[in-house]
Write a protein that binds this ligand. Structure first.
Ligand code: NAD
Length: 497
C-alpha cells in the first residue's frame, strides 16, 4: 500500500506519512531450489540409498510442511563411509600434490558461485533464514572459504613454520543447523587443503544443502571417497565419533554435546576440535557513536533470528546513556520485518524448528518469572510456521537464566554498568568465551577491552564481521581449536614427533 500524502503549503512538497500506512509489497525470490523428493547418502563418490532403509522428513519451518525425505545413516552406512574415506585417502588424495588438491578446491568454489542463487533458496527454505542473508552472506562466505583454502593447499609448510607435519588421514566432522552450508565449508575446505579425507554429517533439521553439495562434488569430479556426506540425527553423529577410522573429530554444536564427545574421544588418541556455544557481551560506552551502535546491537542479536553462536545476546550499556539508548533500540526493533524467509524484504525469518521455538519460549518465560521486564515488537507474525517476535529484556541481573544461558533466538538481555572495570567483570562473568563487541570512540579503550575480554573474537565498532582469513573459535565452554585463517588449516595437521 502506498504511503498517504498530507497536503502542505502550496510551494513545498507534500509530506509523506509513514507509520502504519506504509507497507512493503511482497518481493519473493524466484530462483528454483531444485529439490529432490528423496535424497541419498553420498559415499565413495556415489549417491547411495541408506542400508538402514530409514528416512525422515525435512520440514520448512516457515510453513511446517515437509520439503523432502532425508536418509538416516545407520552403523553399516557409517562403516561404508569410513571405508570409502580411507580408500579415497590412500588411493587418491594422499597421492596428489598440494597444487593439484588446490585446483579441486578452486573448482568447488566456482561451482558453488555458479549455483549460489539456487543454494541460497534451498538454505532459506530448509532453515528459515531470510533470503537476503543466505544470498548475501552464507553463500558468498561458503565460496570464499573454498577459494581461500585452495590457496593454502600448496603452502602448508607456512601454516606451522619449521614443523614437519602430516594430515590426519580421515576426519569425522559434525555440524549444526544455524549456518548449514557455511559450517560445511568451514569444515571441508581446510580439511581437504591439509590433505585429509572426510566423513561429514549435517544437522538433522538442515541437511538439504549438504546433500545438494554432493552434486557440486560430482560436477567437480572430486576423486571418490575424498568427501562422504551422511545425514542423520545425534545417534548417527555418535557413530562417527566412535568409528576407529576417524583420526580426528571436528565438531560444531552445543556445549552439552561437545562435552559428551570429549568424554567419548578421551584416551582414544583422536584429534579433537570443538566449536561450541556462546553468550557474548556487546558493550556500549557513553562515548560510542550511538546510532551506529544501535544498528550494531540489532545486527548482533537479530541476524539469522539470533541462531548465531557469537550473537551479541547480552547488551551491556553504560548507565549514563542506557535510557536514551534503549529507547532508540526499541524504536529500531519496531521496524524489523518478520515473515516469509523467501521475501527479499524480510529481516527476521522463521525459527529453525518447533523444538527451538519451544526452547526460546521457555527461556523467555523464565525471564519474565524471574522478574525481568520484557519488550516485544508488535509486528504481525505469519499465521503458520515457527516465528518469534524480536524481543528485549530490561532489568536483567547476572543471576537470571536469560543472562547466563544461550537462548539462540531473537532475544536480547540488557544489563548496565558504570565503569570500564565493571563492564569487563560482567562481560567475563559467563561460562562461555566465544565473542564480544565494544562500541566506543576511544582507541585506547578498545585496546584495553580487547585484551581484558576472555573471548576468541572481539569486534570493535562493528559486529558479526567474518572473513576466511581470520581465525574464529572460543575459550572456556565455547570450545577449542580455530576455524578460518592459517590456524584453521593447522588444526587439520599433525606435528610429527
Ligand atoms: P547440537 O549439539 O544439538 O547438534 C550439533 C550436531 O551434533 C548435529 O549435527 C547433531 O545431530 C549432532 N549430535 C547430537 N548429538 C550428538 C552426539 N551425541 N554425538 C555426535 N553428534 C551429535 O547443536 P545444535 O542445536 O545443532 O546447534 C546449535 C549450537 O551450535 C549452539 O550451541 C551454537 O552456539 C553452536 N554453534 C557454535 C559455533 C561455533 O563456531 N562456535 C557455530 C555454530 C553453532
Amino acid at each position: 500500500m502506498p504511503a498517504k500524502r498530507k497536503s502542505s503549503s502550496r510551494n513545498s512538497a507534500p509530506e509523506l506519512l509513514f507509520g502504519d500506512l506504509w507497507e512493503f509489497d511482497p518481493a519473493p525470490e524466484s530462483a528454483a531450489p531444485n529439490l529432490k523428493d528423496t535424497y541419498s547418502l553420498f559415499i565413495g563418490g556415489k549417491e547411495v540409498a541408506p542400508r538402514s532403509r530409514n528416512y525422515f522428513e525435512s520440514v520448512n519451518p516457515a510453513t511446517e510442511k515437509a520439503l523432502t525425505r532425508i536418509p538416516a545413516a545407520g552403523k553399516a552406512d557409517i562403516g561404508a563411509a569410513f571405508t570409502a574415506a580411507e580408500s579415497g585417502y590412500q588411493n587418491y588424495w594422499s597421492k596428489l600434490s598440494g597444487k593439484e588438491r588446490g585446483k579441486y578446491l578452486y573448482r568447488i568454489a566456482r561451482l558453488l558461485q555458479d549455483r549460489s542463487r539456487e543454494f541460497a533458496v534451498a538454505e532459506s527454505l530448509d532453515g528459515g533464514k531470510p533470503i537476503k542473508e543466505s544470498r548475501d552472506f552464507d553463500l558468498p562466505m561458503a565460496a570464499a572459504h573454498f577459494f581461500y583454502y585452495a590457496g593454502w593447499a600448496d603452502k602448508l609448510e607456512y601454516a606451522l613454520p619449521g614443523a614437519s607435519t602430516t594430515p590426519y588421514g580421515v576426519v569425522g566432522q559434525i555440524i549444526p543447523w544455524n549456518f548449514p552450508l557455511l559450517m560445511l565449508a568451514w569444515k571441508i575446505a581446510p580439511a581437504l587443503a591439509a590433505g585429509n579425507c572426510v566423513v561429514i554429517k549435517p544437522a538433522e533439521t538442515t541437511s538439504i544443502t549438504a546433500l545438494k553439495f554432493a552434486e557440486i562434488l560430482q560436477e567437480a569430479e572430486l576423486p571418490p571417497g575424498v568427501v562422504n556426506i551422511v545425514s542423520g540425527a545425534g545417534a548417527t553423529g555418535q557413530l562417527i565419533v566412535d568409528h576407529p577410522a576417524a583420526k580426528k573429530i571436528a565438531f560444531t554444536g552445543s556445549t552439552a554435546v561437545g562435552k559428551a564427545i570429549m568424554r567419548s574421544t578421551a584416551g582414544t588418541g583422536k584429534g579433537l576440535t570443538l566449536e561450541l556455544g556462546g553468550k557474548a557481551a556487546n558493550i556500549v560506552f557513553d562515548d560510542a557513536p550511538i546510532d551506529q551502535a544501535v544498528e550494531g546491537v540489532v545486527n548482533g542479536i537479530f541476524f539469522n533470528q539470533g541462531h548465531v553462536c557469537c550473537a551479541g545476546s547480552r547488551l551491556l550499556v553504560q548507565e549514563s546513556i542506557a535510557k536514551a539508548f534503549v529507547q532508540k533500540l526499541k524504536a529500531r526493533i519496531a521496524t524489523l520485518r518478520v515473515g516469509d524467509p523467501l521475501d527479499k524484504n524480510t529481516d527476521i525469518g522463521a525459527i529453525n524448528s518447533k523444538g527451538q521455538l519451544d526452547k526460546i519460549t521457555e527461556l523467555v518465560a523464565s525471564g519474565v518469572s524471574e522478574g525481568a521486564e520484557l519488550f516485544q515488537s508488535k509486528c504481525s507474525l505469519p499465521k503458520q510456521g515457527y516465528f518469534f517476535r524480536p524481543s528485549l529484556f530490561q532489568g536483567v541481573t547476572q543471576s537470571h537464566r536469560i543472562a547466563r544461558e544461550e537462548i539462540f533466538g531473537p532475544v536480547l538481555s540488557i544489563l548496565t554498568f558504570r565503569t570500564v572495570g565493571e563492564a569487563i567483570e560482567k562481560a567475563n562473568n559467563t561460562a562461555y568465551g566465544l565473542s564480544a563487541g565494544v562500541w566506543t570512540d576511544k582507541g585506547s579503550k578498545i585496546l584495553k577491552m580487547s585484551t581484558a575480554l576472555k573471548a576468541g573474537v572481539v569486534w570493535a565498532n562493528t559486529y558479526n564481521k567474518f572473513d576466511p582469513t581470520s581465525p574464529f573459535g572460543g575459550y572456556k565452554e565455547s570450545g577449542f581449536g580455530r576455524e578460518g585463517g592459517k590456524q584453521g588449516v593447522a588444526d587439520y595437521l599433525k606435528i610429527n614427533a
